[in-house]
Design a protein around this ligand. Structure first.
Ligand SMILES: Nc1nc2c(ncn2[C@@H]2O[C@H](COP(=O)(O)OP(=O)(O)OP(=O)(O)O)[C@@H](O)[C@H]2O)c(=O)[nH]1
Ligand SMILES: [Mg+2]
Length: 470
């Protein structure tokens, strides 16, 4: 890990030209590094006030740029150290030159995430908050940003706190029993120990379960659109995207290669994949397209099974349904509803629903939605149904209440495992000292989430996933 008492510098804004570009410095030498480069009316600049300065070229002594500097003195800054943020005009050349001059004056280039790592090391943030900052920067939808913002405020640590306290109390009761002997202090009964461990375990398990949704929020989903040729897959794909992305024609077998595009479904990042209509291929290109499609359909997290409502349930649908229904989450779209306004077709639909849910085995379809890709009717309902299947807990879960981070999920799971061992040990009356080992292990797992235990080795891993200047 890099030394903490040196001064780091980096361009904090994205590469390329822009209206402004920001150079950030943190460390004891921050002010010294710029003292002879930037000319202020008064030096040092007033803390936490945007202050105008001239960026002087040391070689020509001429003004290179007008900059605005904000000085955050140690203890009240992002990193806890002296921080300078220098807003230049957004020329990559100017920014690079300013950094070079700072390097020549004792600063060193910041590693990725090093500003935030210093904030953590100086106790300005806990580990979950530092991770939330990375998630906020990386968020692709407003919903993701809101979840990250909730965690930046310390939602994860807050949620863990009561469970940690309960665990500590249990540990303290056992420790007291060992230290003072059974005569001095009322020692918990085996049943009490078991019950206490179980209560904590159950609460933590609930938290672990929220990761199912958390993962979807963080990583997004892949949705494959599947069906026979010509049922309107590409038309629905375009509708869901709101653009004419895939080719639509009246000829069956139009789509051959996979077509995929990113979209957002209720704030959840979604990769939509349009596939080739599945049938007995008529040439080599179509055969390859069908094979690739079947692979994509199997690999996706969610499937939209499209039927032509005007044609009803055909032998081709029956065969494809047999291949798809067991793959996992699925929504059925009855497309071309605009063509079925007469009674016969509607009766057919009733029979169709019967086919989908026949044979007694549990249907993998969680919703059947009537749509028309042509008129747009039912498309909103289709989106709702997809969202309900993809992220069932989305409406009920508070945005700060979910675990979105695999590291957190695994550590909580680890704590659950340790508590489970402790509970079983209590059940067979193992000595308290042995029991305590498991309980401490559980506590350690929870501490690692917020970083209050020594976790030097994981720090490098976490902060290296940041970009430079953060
Ligand atoms: N009336 C009506 N026609 C539709 C609807 N959806 C699609 N179509 C028409 O059905 C035909 C096939 O549509 P596509 O979207 O290309 O169907 P596909 O399932 O992608 O077909 P392949 O790529 O060949 O597998 C086109 O002529 C569309 O205009 C709908 O809701 N109503
Ligand atoms: Mg198509």
């Amino acid at each position: 890990m890099p030394l903490r008492d040196d001064t780091i510098v980096a361009i904090a804004t994205p590469p390329g030209q822009g209206g402004i570009g920001v150079v950030r410095l943190s460390g004891g030498l921050a002010l010294d590094a710029i003292a002879d480069i930037l000319k202020f009316a008064k030096f040092p600049p007033e803390p936490r006030k945007a202050t105008l300065a001239e960026f002087r070229d040391p070689e020509t002594a001429r003004v290179l740029d007008q900059v605005v500097v904000t000085f955050f003195p140690a203890l009240h800054s992002y990193t806890g150290e002296d921080v300078l943020e220098i807003s230049c005009h957004g020329s990559p050349v100017i920014l690079a030159f300013l950094v070079e001059l700072c390097l020549a004056r004792g600063a060193r280039p910041a590693e990725p995430g090093e500003f935030t790592m210093r904030a953590f090391l100086n106790a300005r943030l806990d580990l979950t908050q530092a991770e939330a900052i990375r998630d906020l920067i990386e968020s692709r939808t407003l919903y993701q940003a809101r979840v990250a913002a909730g965690q930046m405020e310390g939602a994860v640590s807050r949620r863990l706190k009561p469970h940690k306290e309960a665990l500590l109390q249990l540990i303290a009761r056992l420790e007291a029993g060992i230290d003072f002997g059974e005569d001095d202090v009322p020692v918990s009964s085996w049943e009490e120990i078991q019950a206490a461990a179980e209560a904590i375990e159950n609460d933590l398990n609930k938290l672990v379960e929220t990761y199912q949704l958390g993962r979807v929020v963080r990583e997004g989903l892949t949705l494959a659109i599947v069906g026979r040729p010509n049922v309107g897959k590409s038309s629905l794909f375009n509708r869901l995207l709101n653009e004419e992305r895939a080719i639509v024609t009246a000829t069956p077998g139009t789509t051959r290669d996979l077509v995929s595009e990113s979209a957002s479904l209720g704030g959840i990042p979604l990769r939509l994949v349009d596939t080739a209509g599945i049938r007995e291929a008529q040439d080599e290109a179509e055969r390859l397209g069908v094979a690739k499609s079947m692979q994509a359909i199997a690999d996706s997290s969610l499937r939209l099974f499209v039927l032509d409502a005007a044609e009803g349930w055909t032998a081709g649908d029956e065969e494809l349904w047999g291949k798809v229904r067991s793959l996992g989450s699925l929504v059925v779209a009855l497309n071309k509803m605009d063509l079925t306004k007469h009674l016969a077709a509607r009766l057919d639909r009733v029979r169709l629903a019967g086919r989908l849910f026949a044979n007694g085995d549990p249907p993998s379809a969680t919703a059947v939605v009537e749509v028309s890709a042509l008129t747009g009717e039912g498309v909103q309902e289709l989106k709702q149904a997809l969202l309900a299947v993809a992220a069932p807990a989305r409406d009920t879960a508070g945005q700060g209440e979910i675990i979105t981070n695999l590291r957190h999920q695994q550590l909580i799971q680890g704590a659950v495992g340790s508590l489970d061992r402790a509970r079983h040990a209590a059940a067979i009356r193992v000595h308290h000292e042995m029991l305590l080992l498991d309980l401490y292990e559980a506590l350690h797992s929870l501490d690692e989430i917020t970083g209050s235990t020594k976790v030097d080795d994981v720090l490098g891993v976490i902060f290296s996933t940041f970009c430079i200047g953060k």
